[in-house]
Each structure stands twice: as structure tokens, then as C-alpha cells.
Design a protein around this ligand. Structure first.
Ligand code: NAP
Length: 255
């Protein structure tokens, strides 16, 4: 929990309606932050916001497509006005448009780049000014083990590798203002995203998870809470000397 007597910090979590983003939003709220949950549709955020407020926390929902500059600017300004200046940003919103290169469309490429890379850029640019003013901030972006290369994911791998370079550059530029930037690179996490991948390859999700677990050293797939735990650490006061890092959360070593 945050120390009493200091203003409650505000976290912004994109793609927080479900999956990893929802778990991070709930965890940061449990850590004592007020949380703005951004997703494409405000109504979809009700579950996450309700879980936080019913546990005694402060949260609000905001609709924005993170790849749209005007929507991002409006959402961040509204959050700053209604909840307070963003101090923690979690760039989590994501989509997949998997296909082998020869079948990948321009739209598959542009959509994935738009949400992951342009989205993280727009959100970080909009939030950093509040963090610079406060001389304190945390920017956490969701990369992926796919950044190391993954068949059928030329678009997603490129975007997730790009986020690692983006993160390291933010760490260099924003460090003098008390702002850290780090990336979390999950391996297999059980969410709707991996369920969709199972469906695409024609497997039951349970069997797909078991097959994945057999290849993971700790012999289980990850849960959204595994990622939220690392986000909680990176957002914490004590993590102020950790910046520009990529932390793999994959049940085994990746590099
Ligand atoms: P998920 O269950 O599919 O949730 C993604 C969320 O992002 C959804 O609520 C989605 O909204 C939202 N979103 C999509 N496009 C958006 C946009 N343009 N603007 C705002 N919100 C948008 O995915 P997840 O598995 O929790 O993944 C979360 C993050 O972790 C992603 O960046 C993903 O690439 C990364 N990751 C996941 C895994 C894994 O194994 N699951 C592994 C490595 C990295 P809608 O519901 O309306 O589409």
C-alpha cells in the first residue's frame, strides 16, 4: 500500500477490460493506486472497475482506441481531470492477426503495429507530461516472448521487439525526470488471446494449455496474476533504480 499522507497515485491500464490488463488493474488498485481502465468500449471495463470499487478502491472506465491520437489525448486528459494526473502507465492493449508471411495482409500488419507500437507511443507521449511535472513516473509496456521470433507472427514479433527498443529509449530520455520505463515479456498466459490461438489451430484450449505446459520448465502455463505481480513490482516506489529492462515472465529462461 502507498504511504498515508501522500496523494493517491493514479495508474492507467490500457486493454484493462479483460485478461492480463484486468489482473494488472486489480493488482495496482490493491497496491493502493487509483486506476483508470482504458479499453475500446467503456461498458467492457465495468467488470474490472466493479471489482476494484467493490474492494474499496477507486477506479474509472474510459473508452479509447489506443492507436487513435485524438481518442488517446481526450481519454488521458479526462482521466487527469476526473481521477488525477497519471503516474503509472501500463501499455497492455493488444491484438493478434497471426498469419504466415505470404498470407499476411497489409491490414494484419498495420492493425498489430497500430495497437501495440503506435498505441504505446501515443499513450506514453500523452502521459509523460504529467509524470515529468511530478518528477515521478512508471511506464510499463507488455512485450512478449514472441519478440524473439515466432512462426506466424511476423507482425506481432516485430511489434513486441519494437516495444523493447521503445522502452529502453524512454528509460534514457525520461530517467532524468524520475521516470522509469520497463517491459514485461510474458510467455504463454491463459487468456482469451491464447484461447483464440488454440481455436485458430483447431485445438481445445485445455489440450493447448497442457501441450504448452509440457514445454515450460515450471510445467504450467502462466496466469494473468503472474504478470500482474511483476507489474506491481515495477510500479512500486522501491523499483526506482530498475529501468530499461525487459523481464521475461515465462516459467523458464528466455533471453
Ligand atoms: P486479451 O485477453 O485479448 O485482452 C486484450 C485487451 O486489449 C482487450 O480487452 C481488447 O479489447 C483490448 N484492446 C485491443 N485493441 C485495443 C485498442 N486499439 N485500444 C484499446 N484497447 C484495445 O489479451 P491478453 O492476453 O490479456 O494480452 C494483454 C497484453 O499482453 C497484450 O499486449 C498481449 O500482446 C500481451 N501478451 C499476452 C500473452 C498471452 O499469452 N496471453 C503473452 C505475451 C504477451 P477488445 O476486447 O474490445 O478487443
Amino acid at each position: 500500500m502507498q504511504m498515508t499522507g501522500q496523494a493517491q497515485r493514479v495508474a492507467v491500464v490500457t486493454g484493462g477490460a479483460r485478461g492480463i490488463g484486468a489482473a494488472i488493474a486489480r493488482r495496482l488498485a490493491a497496491d493502493g493506486l487509483a486506476v483508470a481502465v482504458i479499453d475500446l468500449k467503456e461498458d467492457d471495463c465495468a467488470g474490472t472497475v466493479g471489482a476494484i470499487t467493490s474492494a474499496g478502491g477507486r477506479a474509472l472506465a474510459a473508452a479509447a482506441d489506443v492507436s487513435d491520437a485524438a481518442q488517446v489525448a481526450a481519454a488521458v486528459e479526462a482521466i487527469a481531470g476526473r481521477l488525477g494526473p497519471p503516474a503509472v502507465l501500463v501499455n497492455n492493449a493488444g491484438v493478434i492477426r497471426d498469419n504466415l508471411l505470404f498470407k499476411m495482409t497489409d491490414s494484419d500488419w498495420d492493425t498489430v503495429m497500430g495497437v501495440h507500437l503506435r498505441g504505446a507511443f501515443l499513450m506514453s507521449r500523452a502521459c509523460q507530461k504529467y509524470m515529468v511535472d511530478a518528477k515521478w513516473g512508471r511506464i510499463i509496456s507488455l512485450s512478449s516472448s514472441s519478440a524473439l521470433g515466432n512462426r506466424g507472427q511476423a507482425n506481432y514479433s516485430a511489434a513486441k521487439a519494437g516495444l523493447q527498443g521503445f522502452t529502453k529509449t524512454l528509460a534514457i530520455e525520461l530517467g532524468p525526470f524520475g521516470i522509469t520505463a520497463n517491459a514485461i515479456a510474458p510467455g504463454f498466459i491463459a487468456t482469451d488471446m491464447t484461447a483464440a490461438t488454440a481455436a485458430r489451430v483447431g485445438m481445445e484450449f485445455e489440450a493447448f494449455q497442457q501441450a504448452a505446459a509440457s514445454r515450460i520448465p515450471v510445467r504450467r502455463v502462466g496466469q494473468p496474476e503472474d504478470v500482474a505481480h511483476v507489474a506491481s513490482f515495477l510500479a512500486s516506489e522501491g523499483a526506482g533504480f530498475v529501468s530499461g529492462q525487459v523481464i521475461y515472465v515465462a516459467g523458464g529462461p528466455l533471453c
